[in-house]
Design a protein. Structure first.
Length: 190
């Protein structure tokens, strides 16, 4: 009888582990989470990679919103190092928000912006996750991503439409790595 219970528990644990998707959000509470999880659900591969100082995506909203929090997961060696979160208005290149934040390395964590961030409908913005304080190895700048192709864009759900992505060095806006992956940097709106 003990063998049967152990076998059953082993089978349940195995099924649970197999059904877990790498890098997937555990909830679908934000528009970004829905987009990210839906990419995985439709066969795109989640990974932890891309050693670039800037992980970014361009987005537009279909109604005015205020940002409640940003979600990200730090690399373990940078768990006490701030990441710069920056939002740029692409119309005039003005910085709408710029603030340093520390994120957990054990899972995605959420931080409140240092100031109120109001975003307008129809305006294209770029969200940058910047890490230039990577110490000895550039590979510490890797992050959670889901791999994409240019044909996947635009990606839309709710009020959020993501129009493109980029991975590049800080101080350079040019990137040969456009549309190749969506970085897991969550936006939570009020």
């Amino acid at each position: 009888m003990k063998f049967t219970i152990k076998s059953g528990l082993f089978l349940l644990l195995s099924i649970a582990l197999i059904s877990c998707k790498k890098g997937k959000f555990k909830t679908n509470n934000t528009d970004f989470q829905y987009i990210y999880n839906n990419l995985i659900k439709t066969g795109h591969k989640a990974d932890v990679t891309w050693d670039a100082e800037v992980h970014s995506y361009t987005f537009v909203l279909n109604e005015n919103k205020t940002i409640k929090s940003f979600g990200y997961q730090s690399q373990s060696s940078l768990s006490s190092t701030e990441y710069l979160i920056e939002i740029i208005n692409n119309t005039d290149s003005s910085i709408v928000y710029s603030g340093g934040h520390i994120f957990s390395s054990t899972g995605i964590s959420y931080v409140t912006p240092n100031s109120q961030v109001n975003l307008q409908s129809g305006v294209y913005y770029t969200l940058n996750r910047i890490q230039v304080n990577w110490g000895q190895y550039i590979t510490e700048t890797i992050g959670h991503i889901v791999k994409t192709e240019q044909s996947d864009y635009p990606l839309s759900y709710g009020t959020l439409t993501i129009t493109g992505t980029s991975f590049h060095d800080y101080g350079s806006s040019s990137s040969g790595q456009k549309f190749r992956a969506l970085p897991r940097v969550d936006l939570v709106f009020n």
